[in-house]
Design a protein around this ligand. Structure first.
Ligand code: THU
Length: 162
């Protein structure tokens, strides 16, 4: 047996330590959660995607009475960006949250399905996507690449081999 270790890297910071452009992206994500349709959870999530062409695409979670039919903010924003600009790379995604029911004191941790979607875009464009997770207390957790959030992801070549 052989033990292999992998290094995952994250940065914890305060919002005001980010560049002006990244602070603006977080501000966009904060505005975006106001457009959330979350009558069932009361958990509002906004995601802002900064593309290589400078364009910013915003998304928010969209729930449904048939619960699994809803979609998280990250995927709404990324799919919208992919549909609008299929060949433009994603630089950064910022995510911000607010709960109508309780005080959120931690940064949000994106669900597995959103990580898988982020990771596929990162793989497709062959360039890291920076992920900025923002809490209402203005703490931010930064991953410089999605791979740090989803090691050993399922990649399309694995599918193509069979
Ligand atoms: N949600 C997101 O939009 N993004 C996440 O990273 C986690 C969860 C949404 C899904 C659902 O509308 C609500 O938050 C509660 O799970």
């Amino acid at each position: 047996m052989q033990e292999k270790k992998i290094e995952l890297s994250f940065i914890l910071a305060h919002l005001n330590e980010l560049s002006a452009q990244e602070q603006q992206l977080v501000a966009n994500a904060k505005s975006a959660f106001k457009t959330a349709y979350a009558p069932y959870s009361g958990f509002l999530v906004g995601a802002s995607v900064l593309l290589e062409n400078g364009e910013v695409i915003n998304g928010s979670n969209q729930e449904n009475v048939a619960y699994p039919s809803g979609l998280c903010a990250e995927r709404v924003a990324l799919f919208y960006a992919g549909a609008k600009y299929p060949n433009i790379k994603v630089n950064t995604i910022a995510v911000s949250v607010l709960s109508k029911n309780f005080e959120v004191t931690d940064v949000i941790s994106p669900c597995g399905a959103c990580r898988q979607v982020m990771a596929e875009y990162e793989d497709k464009q062959d360039k890291p996507i920076k992920v900025i997770l923002h809490s209402p207390t203005d703490e931010v957790l930064i991953a410089n690449r999605v791979e740090d959030l989803l090691p050993f992801m399922f990649k399309s070549p694995l599918l193509k081999q069979h």
